[in-house]
Design a protein around this ligand. Structure first.
Ligand SMILES: *[C@@H]1O[C@H](CO)[C@@H](O)[C@H](O)[C@H]1NC(C)=O
Ligand SMILES: *[C@@H]1O[C@H](CO)[C@@H](O)[C@H](O)[C@H]1NC(C)=O
Ligand SMILES: *[C@@H]1O[C@H](CO)[C@@H](O)[C@H](O)[C@H]1NC(C)=O
Ligand SMILES: *[C@@H]1O[C@H](CO)[C@@H](O)[C@H](O)[C@H]1NC(C)=O
Ligand SMILES: *[C@@H]1O[C@H](CO)[C@@H](O)[C@H](O)[C@H]1NC(C)=O
Ligand SMILES: *[C@@H]1O[C@H](CO)[C@@H](O)[C@H](O)[C@H]1NC(C)=O
Ligand SMILES: *[C@@H]1O[C@H](CO)[C@@H](O)[C@H](O)[C@H]1NC(C)=O
Ligand SMILES: *[C@@H]1O[C@H](CO)[C@@H](O)[C@H](O)[C@H]1NC(C)=O
Ligand SMILES: *[C@@H]1O[C@H](CO)[C@@H](O)[C@H](O)[C@H]1NC(C)=O
Ligand SMILES: *[C@@H]1O[C@H](CO)[C@@H](O)[C@H](O)[C@H]1NC(C)=O
Length: 554
């Protein structure tokens, strides 16, 4: 595709200044304009470059960690650089999307993926281009996720992570875990230089969940690559919380009882009823989860409504729900990982069954947890995950740390390089996250503060009460966190709070840890009357990691 093809379109779009941009030394939207930055990426080899204009492309998109789903129509130069690490037999695609010069805001924004996918492609990047960013993402050498994915791509690492039974694809796991992230940044900056004739004024990276893990990996290992990083619900302890997440399903298998979703939801509702007001306000949000001592066994026998059928809460159901809330515990009482908080929806990931109309139910795991056990730990596609002994399960929780912590975890609390590079970092975590146990994120940030008592000068962490995984839930979502990050990086305006809004339009300020959002006044019946402020979180003095030897990072 040549310059002449892009130019008339740019003019038709009223993008006349593209000409001046190009005249200023920039390149055209064709492969010949770009070079693979081999001199900066030893150990790689280019497999090809494509570049062609995308015009008036319409897609649904949202920035990571927001519920701002919108339909956008964008035009940009679509650049793909494909490369390999010779000897590794990998093929990595980096996609750089370059708006026309006069639409470019001078900045780069990189996006992460989620689950087992390194990228969600256009689902995130289109909104970035619409705001004027040059954007980048990498597939890290395996298949991308997308809005259309039914779960196969994001919720299992199969087939790419297993080369043959017994052997994982170490190269692709390392690509995904870390090195593709730095390479992506170098490639994006080279493409920007070639196209616009200048480097980005500022570079940002944003991601949620698996993408939040990628964000934290960049902050920890590749300090100079991005000026501002937004890490939402980051999967920093991916190697542990993923296999540990299977615990409730494992307990289900042991009991031979598979609760219907309505029963699980009834336990969750009972916990919310019991603990909602512990934070001072009745709003269906458990904002002080550490105060919630609700025991599900205490409501066994109570009736609940299952789509019009009255049923009773069972003791087995209580044990299973408690497994999801407590997290795996070995017979000796050792904790394998944390559970989720009690206002999190358990039927999304932790406790899944399929039932007939008479509530004869069978297990129906999501894939997210069990596929880690099957492909990365047992390394056997035929492994019967519902038939593990407890001893096997805890052996796997040890094995996963040995084999994958260094490769995939992003839980090193030493952010001194990022600080020295002048970077700014915002992390936020929904307390009603139904996938990632909030205590893992909190424990990490406690360690950051322990290492550097001045960490808030560049890295702030915010709890979002009542917010689910990445977005969703009844709590207020900090949709503007990325803009606050930009202000922090570019204007030095540190976020004292993150401004968040719930689905009813109520605005809440999220507090920087170790502060927590605290009810001050107002009537819960009129949510607009509620006033909160930030006060020191009493639970913050409980250093979560101290209790658990496995937290020490090596
Ligand atoms: C790449 O390797 C060459 C030759 O060994 C070396 O001179 C150069 O400094 C290396 N570049 C980087 C970015 O590591
Ligand atoms: C792109 O959209 C603009 C604005 O709606 C329109 O003027 C232009 O003709 C479109 N270009 C193409 C190639 O469809
Ligand atoms: C961008 O280019 C890649 C590689 O050629 C292609 O697969 C993709 O469909 C293009 N994107 C759009 C929106 O056309
Ligand atoms: C390289 O990877 C491809 C799949 O991407 C596979 O089909 C092929 O067997 C691999 N080659 C070697 C030598 O491992
Ligand atoms: C999370 O940590 C707090 C201590 O701050 C503790 O009280 C609580 O039980 C933990 N929750 C889970 C689910 O592990
Ligand atoms: C039970 O739930 C059904 C719908 O799921 C509803 O129509 C019915 O009114 C409920 N019954 C009671 C007693 O709440
Ligand atoms: C479950 O495991 C036991 C031994 O650990 C084995 O004897 C049994 O056949 C397995 N059951 C299934 C259904 O695979
Ligand atoms: C797991 O590792 C811990 C710490 O190294 C050890 O104490 C424990 O016995 C191990 N558990 C199993 C099941 O191997
Ligand atoms: C920085 O501050 C100036 C002056 O208040 C304002 O115009 C500009 O929008 C701010 N930029 C950002 C990125 O916040
Ligand atoms: C928050 O509100 C409480 C209750 O009104 C008050 O005691 C406290 O001083 C306030 N704290 C701040 C930091 O404003």
């Amino acid at each position: 595709m040549s310059f002449s093809k892009f130019l008339p379109l740019a003019l038709a779009l009223g993008h006349g200044p593209l000409v001046s941009g190009l005249a200023a030394g920039a390149g055209a939207c064709s492969a010949e304009s770009f070079n693979f930055p081999l001199d900066q990426l030893n150990g790689t080899s280019s497999l090809g470059i494509t570049a062609s204009p995308v015009v008036n492309y319409t897609s649904t998109s949202l920035p990571p960690g927001t519920n701002l789903v919108g339909s956008y129509t964008v035009s940009y130069c679509n650049v793909t650089m494909t490369y390999t690490h010779p000897g590794w037999n990998d093929t990595i695609h980096v996609t750089v999307q370059l708006p026309a010069q006069d639409s470019w805001n001078g900045r780069l924004e990189g996006f992460g993926g989620g689950g087992y996918a390194a990228s969600f492609g256009l689902l995130y990047s289109v909104a970035g281009v619409a705001e004027g960013f040059a954007t980048v993402d990498t597939d890290a050498g395996h298949v991308k996720g997308s809005a259309q994915d039914s779960g196969q791509v994001t919720q299992t690492p199969y087939p790419w992570a297993l080369t043959s039974p017994g052997q994982v694809n170490t190269a692709l796991l390392v690509d995904w875990g870390s090195i593709s992230l730095h390479e992506m940044a170098v490639i994006a900056k080279a493409a920007i230089e070639a196209f616009y004739g200048s480097q980005p004024t500022y570079s940002y990276f944003a991601g949620c969940s698996g993408g939040g893990r990628q964000a934290m990996m960049i902050a920890e290992r590749y300090a100079g690559d991005f000026d501002g990083i937004l890490a939402v619900a980051p999967a920093i302890n991916i190697e542990s919380f993923i296999p540990a997440g299977f615990w409730a399903e494992h307990v289900m298998g042991k009991l031979g009882y598979y609760p219907p979703a309505c029963e699980v939801d009834a336990f969750t509702q009972a916990a919310i009823d019991a603990c909602d007001e512990l934070d001072g306000v009745q709003d269906s949000i458990i904002a002080s989860p550490e105060l919630c001592k609700f025991d599900p066994q205490s409501v066994v026998g109570q009736s609940f409504n299952c789509s019009g059928t009255t049923r009773q809460l069972t003791a087995e159901g209580a044990t299973i729900v408690d497994a999801a809330w407590t997290g795996p515990r070995s017979a000796e009482g050792a904790l394998g990982w944390f559970g989720v908080n009690k206002d999190a929806a358990l039927t999304s990931f932790y406790i899944l069954t399929e039932c007939t109309s008479n509530y004869a139910c069978t297990p129906s795991p999501t894939g997210l947890w069990d596929s880690w056990l099957i492909y990365l730990l047992a390394k056997d596609p035929e492994f019967d995950v519902m038939n593990m002994t407890d001893a096997q399960f805890f052996d796997y929780l040890n094995q996963t740390k040995v084999e994958y912590a260094q490769m995939l975890a992003a839980a090193n609390p030493d952010l001194s390089s990022f600080k020295a590079a002048g970077g700014k970092l915002i992390i936020w975590q929904g307390l009603a996250d139904e996938a990632i146990p909030p205590n893992g994120t909190i424990a990490f940030y406690q360690q950051v503060l322990q290492l550097d008592s001045d960490a808030q000068s560049f890295a702030r962490f915010f709890e979002a009460p009542g917010v689910a995984h990445c977005y969703g839930g009844v709590g207020a979502i900090p949709n503007g966190a990325f803009d606050q990050l930009v202000s922090w990086v570019e204007n030095g305006t540190a976020p004292d709070t993150l401004t968040a809004v719930d689905t009813s339009g109520n605005t809440r300020e999220l507090c920087p840890y170790p502060m927590k959002q605290t009810y001050v006044s107002g009537d819960a019946a009129d949510p607009t009357s509620l006033v909160f402020n930030c006060t020191l979180n009493p639970a913050a003095s409980e250093i979560i990691a101290d209790e658990f030897a496995f937290f020490t990072y090596e």
